[in-house]
Design a protein around this ligand. Structure first.
Ligand SMILES: Nc1ncnc2c1ncn2[C@@H]1O[C@H](COP(=O)(O)OP(=O)(O)O)[C@@H](O)[C@H]1O
Ligand SMILES: [Mg+2]
Length: 356
């Protein structure tokens, strides 16, 4: 019997692309990574690699010719690149989800439109908008975020009405931002959900996320949520997936307020750092789910079998690697980055709990 073997093209060569390529390999699927940086983490584990800019039409065309299906590993791939490729090969998840998650104003408006509650927010195009909004909300503090290209806390500033608002606005260096109410949340959770071409949906249970300097530092499975809130969180992510006709994986980040409400904070149109624990503690990881979905295979019950804690290795945390290599139940993952810098995600460790 002949086995059909697909070639999956992935735009972006970071650690998410790397872990997707490794999951694809396990399923006998070959990957072709497209990334402007040579030596990027995904390029080191893929048989096919194109090193070219995202606006290089000729390179994009050659890439499309060599693959069966295309996906992307991060949301800041230019929309035009994805639109150009969509005319040549199937691209999942499609442009709708990408468009929505690339712009915080569109993202929050869309979430509210489909009945998902977010923090109170308003669009902002000048310092006057900030003063007006603070006055309307009758509040003295807020957070302003660039609408586009923010990540790991970059492109956001906390602000007090007593601050020099034009100065703070200038610091943000944008014309297009959102103002958000500051949430004194109890804790943060996220839900990774997947949906395949047949419309099957499979989600991971919510996990608890701890941040340091706005960067995810630790994820704990399971999250300390009641059954009701846990179900509600999963339903929110699945509603979103259905509304954007998801094929692949998406992640919904949520705040859990002190009075027990769930507020959506951010959408990632992709696998997520808070889902890395699934590689070691589930039958099917978020990366495999993603590969299955975009390659026309069914997503499956992830069947978590182990409580787990995922710790990010950021910058100088690499000094802890020898310790983790000797820790029982520690699964060490390194991304092949040769230089550690502050805030740079170098790898992660999943500690399996309650082992018998
Ligand atoms: N409105 C808010 N109130 C309180 N904390 C916030 C708010 N927005 C963001 N944060 C904190 O900053 C982190 C990063 O913000 P987020 O909007 O998720 O942007 P990104 O992850 O793209 O940097 C959040 O996970 C949360 O800890
Ligand atoms: Mg976030």
């Amino acid at each position: 019997m002949k086995m059909e073997s697909k070639i999956l093209g992935i735009l972006g060569g970071g650690q998410l692309g790397r872990m997707s390529a490794l999951a694809a390999a396990r399923l006998g699927i070959t990957t072709h990574i497209y990334c402007p940086e040579s030596g990027c983490p995904a390029s080191l584990v893929t048989p096919h690699f194109t090193c070219a800019e995202y606006d290089d039409k000729e390179a994009l065309k050659n890439f499309a010719d060599q693959v069966d299906v295309i996906s992307y590993e991060f949301e800041n791939i230019p929309l035009e690149t994805v639109e150009f490729l969509t005319d040549l090969k199937p691209v999942y998840p499609g442009t709708k989800l990408l468009e929505v998650s690339q712009d915080r104003t569109r993202e929050k408006a869309f979430l509210n439109e489909i009945g998902i509650e977010t923090t109170r927010w308003a669009p902002c195009e000048n310092p006057g908008d900030i003063s007006t909004t603070l006055e309307t909300w009758q509040t003295s503090k807020c957070i302003i975020k660039t609408a586009r290209f923010g990540y790991d806390g970059k492109g956001q500033i906390k602000l007090d009405v007593k601050d020099n608002i034009p100065e703070k606005w200038a610091e943000l260096n944008t014309q297009h931002a959102v103002i958000e109410e500051i949430i004194n949340f109890d804790f943060e959770v996220s839900v990774v959900t997947s949906r395949d071409l047949m419309g099957n949906i499979q989600s991971y249970p919510p996990v608890l996320n701890d941040h340091k300097n706005h960067i995810l530092s630790k994820t704990t499975y399971p999250a300390p949520l009641s059954d009701t809130l846990s179900t509600q969180a999963v339903e929110m992510a699945e509603t979103l997936g259905a509304q954007v006709n998801l094929v692949g994986v998406l992640t919904l980040e949520l705040f859990v307020t002190k009075d027990g409400r769930l507020l959506a904070n951010e959408i990632a149109p992709r696998t997520h750092n808070s889902g890395h624990w699934t590689i070691d503690a589930c039958a099917v990881s978020q990366f495999e789910q993603h590969v299955r979905a975009v390659c026309g295979l069914p997503v499956a019950d992830p069947a978590p079998y182990q409580q787990a804690e995922m710790i990010n290795l950021i910058g100088d945390d690499v000094k802890d690697i020898p310790k983790y290599l000797e820790t029982p139940g520690a699964c060490v993952h390194l991304y092949g980055k040769t230089e550690s810098r502050p805030s740079r995600k170098m790898g992660h460790v999943t500690i399996l709990k309650n082992r018998s």
